[in-house]
Design a protein around this ligand. Structure first.
Ligand code: MN
Length: 225
C-alpha cells in the first residue's frame, strides 16, 4: 500500500444477495430514458442521444438504512430505477458485446433535489448538487445478471403505488446505453449505471417509507428520516 498521509477513504460497496459485496467505482445515471417521464418533465421523448450525469460512489445507501432528508431543499423527489452493475469495461464497446460486461442488477432510487435541479436548469448550471448529494442513491441488494430479464418496475410510498412501468419501455436499452456511454468514458469493473426513471416522480416527506421493486431483480427499501 502507498504511504498515504491520511487514512484512505472507505470503499463504497453494495451487498450481493446470497453473500459478498460488489465494490463500486463510479455511478453513472441516464436522464429521461422513459417516454412518459420525459413528457411529465416537459420534454419531447424523441430519440435524441442519451445524456448522462454522475453521483459519487459514497452517495449509496445500502442495507435498508434510513436516508436523511437532505439540506437545502423543500422538494425531494423519488426516481425509481433499474441499476446495472459492470463486472468489466472498456471503450467503444459494441452494442452486441455490451451485455457480456454486465455482472449484476439492483433496484435503486435516484433521489433528486427537484427545486435545486429546476433552478440549475433555468440558470444553465450543473446538476451536481441536485443529483449527487450525500445519501442520494439508496440501492437494494444486487443479483447476478445471468438469466435475469428485468421486467415490471414499481415504487410504493407508504404503501401507495407512485411509479409503475416496465424496464422494456427504456428508450435506450441496456446494451445501447453501455455502448453509447463507453464512447464518452472508459467504463470499468465496479461501475454502476442508473438507467432512468419511469413516470410518476413526486415529492417525499420526512417519515415516508419508499419500497421499490424490479421484477426478476429484487427490491429497495428506504425510510426518509
Ligand atoms: Mn434518474
Amino acid at each position: 500500500m502507498p504511504d498515504y498521509v491520511i487514512a484512505p477513504p472507505i470503499q463504497a460497496a453494495v451487498p450481493v444477495a446470497g453473500g459478498g459485496h460488489f465494490p463500486v467505482r463510479r455511478i453513472y445515471c441516464v436522464g429521461r430514458n422513459y417516454a412518459e417521464h420525459a413528457r411529465e418533465m416537459g420534454h419531447d421523448p424523441d430519440r435524441e442521444p442519451p445524456f448522462f450525469f454522475t453521483k459519487p460512489a459514497d452517495a449509496l445507501v445500502t442495507g435498508g438504512a434510513d436516508m436523511p432528508y437532505p439540506s437545502m431543499t423543500a422538494d425531494l423527489h423519488h426516481e425509481m430505477e433499474l441499476v446495472v452493475a459492470l463486472g468489466s469495461g472498456g471503450v467503444e464497446i459494441d452494442e452486441a458485446e455490451a451485455m457480456r460486461h454486465v455482472w449484476g442488477y439492483a433496484a435503486g432510487l435516484d433521489m433528486t433535489r427537484r427545486d435545486l435541479q429546476d433552478t440549475a436548469k433555468k440558470a444553465r448550471r450543473p446538476w451536481d448538487m441536485s443529483k449527487g448529494f450525500d445519501h442520494s442513491a439508496p440501492i437494494g441488494d444486487m443479483v447476478r445478471a445471468e438469466g435475469v430479464v428485468p421486467g415490471r418496475i414499481e415504487l410504493r410510498v407508504n404503501g401507495a403505488t407512485r411509479q409503475s412501468s416496465d424496464v422494456g419501455k427504456l428508450i435506450w436499452s441496456i446494451p445501447e446505453t453501455i455502448a453509447y456511454l463507453s464512447r464518452l468514458v472508459r467504463l470499468e469493473a465496479g461501475d454502476l449505471i442508473f438507467t432512468g426513471t419511469p413516470e410518476g416522480v413526486a415529492s417525499v416527506q420526512r417519515g415516508d417509507l419508499l419500497e421499490g421493486v424490479v421484477d426478476g431483480v429484487g427490491g429497495v427499501r428506504v425510510r426518509v428520516a
